[in-house]
Every structure is written in C-alpha cells, then in structure tokens.
Design a protein around this ligand. Sequence first.
Ligand code: PEP
Ligand code: MN
Length: 352
Amino acid sequence: MVVVMAPDATPEDVAAVVAKVESVGGEAFVSAGVRRTIIGLVGDIESFHHLNLRTLRGVADVHRISDPYKLVSRQHQADRSTVWVGPAEQQVPIGPGTFTLIAGPCAVESAQQTLEAARMAQAAGATLLRGGAFKPRTSPYAFQGLGVRGLEILADVRVATGLPVVTEVVDVRDVGVVAEHADMLQVGARNMGNVGLLQAVGDAGLPVLLKRGMTATVEEWLMAAEYIAQRGNLEVVLCERGIRTFETATRNTLDISAVAVVQASSHLPVIVDPSHAAGRKDLVVPLARAGIAVGADGLIVDVHPSPETALCDGPQALEGTELRELASAVRRIPPLLGRENAREHLRPAVVG
Ligand code: PEP
Ligand code: MN
C-alpha cells in the first residue's frame, strides 16, 4: 500500500501517518521527493484498511498495489513518466512520445577523442552524450577508465557542445564526484543489484539510467529501480542492454520483449542499448530499429572517431556516418506505426 501526501503536507502530517501505521505493527518507508512525499507501507493490508488513512490531514491518496515494486508500478502511477535530463535551459526529455538518442564513446580516452565522438553524436541528432570515466571491465587487466580526469573531460565537452552528460558510477564512494560533473548517473549491468549503490544514486539528486543486469529478470530490475525510488528519486530511466543466454552469436541477447513488459508494468521510461547487446557493429542498426519498433523511448549507442584504436568495445562502435544512418533509419519508424502523438526530439542532422 502507498500513501501519497499532498504537496502542502507538513512533516507533522507525515509523522502522524507513520505513527498510525506503526501502531498496528506495520512499517512505513518515507520517500521525500522534490514534488511530493510518498509513504510505502509494509505489513498486514487488512489492518491498514481499518486505519482510514485517507482521512488524516495531509493525505492526498492511498493506493493498494499488488506488485512487489510499488513506487515504480503503473498501479501507483497509471500515466507513463517523462524524465528530464540536464540543466534547466537545455533539458532533454526521455519518455512517451520522445525518441531520445544518447550517443558517445564507450570510454573517455582523451579530450580530443571525446570531443570528436560528441560532435559525431550531435551531428546525428543525439541530444545527450554518453561516455564512461569509470569502466567496470570484466578483466582487471583491461583499461579501467580515466576516473576523475575522465569526468573533467566530459564536463569540458558538455560546455563545448551543450550536450548534457550521462556517465557510469561504479562505487558508492564516487557518487559525489560523478554527480558534480554529470547530468545523469548510470548504474551499469554489473551493479544493478548493488543495493548500497542504488540507494546512494537515489540520494544524489540527479536522474539515473539503470541498466538491466545481464542475468536479472524484469521483476528484479524493477525492484532495483524501486530501491532508487524509495529514496525519493523517481527520475529513473530503465535500459535494456541484452541478457546472458545460451546464444553466443551476439555478446548478449537483446530482450526486446522486456521493453513491452516493462511498459505494461511500470511507468518509468525505457530505452534500448543495441551496442552492448550486439557487441558487433553490423547488428547495431537492426537492433536499434527493433528497439524503437517495440516502443522504446530512446536509444543509447556507442560511437567512436576511430573504432579500430578504441580502448574499450571498439568492435561495436559506430563511426559518424553510420550513426547518422542509424538515426535516419530509426526516425522513419514511429510514423509507420501510427504513433500520432510522437514528439520529435532528434535534432535535425547537421549536413556535411
Ligand atoms: C556501458 O554502457 O558502458 C556499459 C558498461 O554497459 P553495461 O553495464 O550494459 O555492460
Ligand atoms: Mn562498453
């Protein structure tokens, strides 16, 4: 059960709800968001009904939610959410009716490489820049990213291009410094179940891009999102990036059905990462098309000025012209599907 407090509810009103719930042996989890406070109730539903919580001062609504995830469930919020990323004057929407293209290098390798990749992204109509400064690599001997120097490069490139930045944080201790340099915090597949990290990004005050763990069910993924939401941060975008199956032809198996399942169960936006799913660039465009056709709210794609020299994930990186082709292929799909209310958020490609 979830109690939604009115915007003008006072801390005393919230405390009164918590006290009532605790008086019948229940637990109350308070999520103080920017716009409103939500209280998640855990315990015996029948005893909560007898409390008549709806009549308490400051209570706007009470929802019964049967899903194990509460705040991110469509039972809690029927309308799908839009998450806004970036500073007020250049906010980028991710959500229903938008086709947000996020692009950039897998890893930040140098200032020049990042700026060139960002220009390629922008020329293809991307409105957000991706790039890893902290890289959670499978091998401890592989390039681990430039760390804080990489964050500084991203912040400089943001100033040079105007593109808000999404970058991964792999350690609770780094959340503060990453949040100082980025507009959106990425939690990667390898960390999807890292509860401490989920709570820390939930507290950081920035939108979060939550990738699906490679062995996570949709329900586990939504429960991970719930950990972030429970800290009062509902600005979460989900990212399907492929799961581990018996198939070895691709690096991961892109689970496009998960996009539809998530949209039926959760109000959070969901995007697709065809690059990390495929692991090879010849499949990136077809998987991107599939992702948008199934209804994803955007794409996140690797691009690199010289993929053959990339320190990370070169085989899946597109070059500038290929990214532009991907963007134009994808833009043709929503009108074919009769998505009438589609807002166009790919900026017009720069010619030349
Ligand atoms: C990435 O996006 O750079 C990345 C490491 O992806 P994933 O966590 O999906 O493997
Ligand atoms: Mn990568």
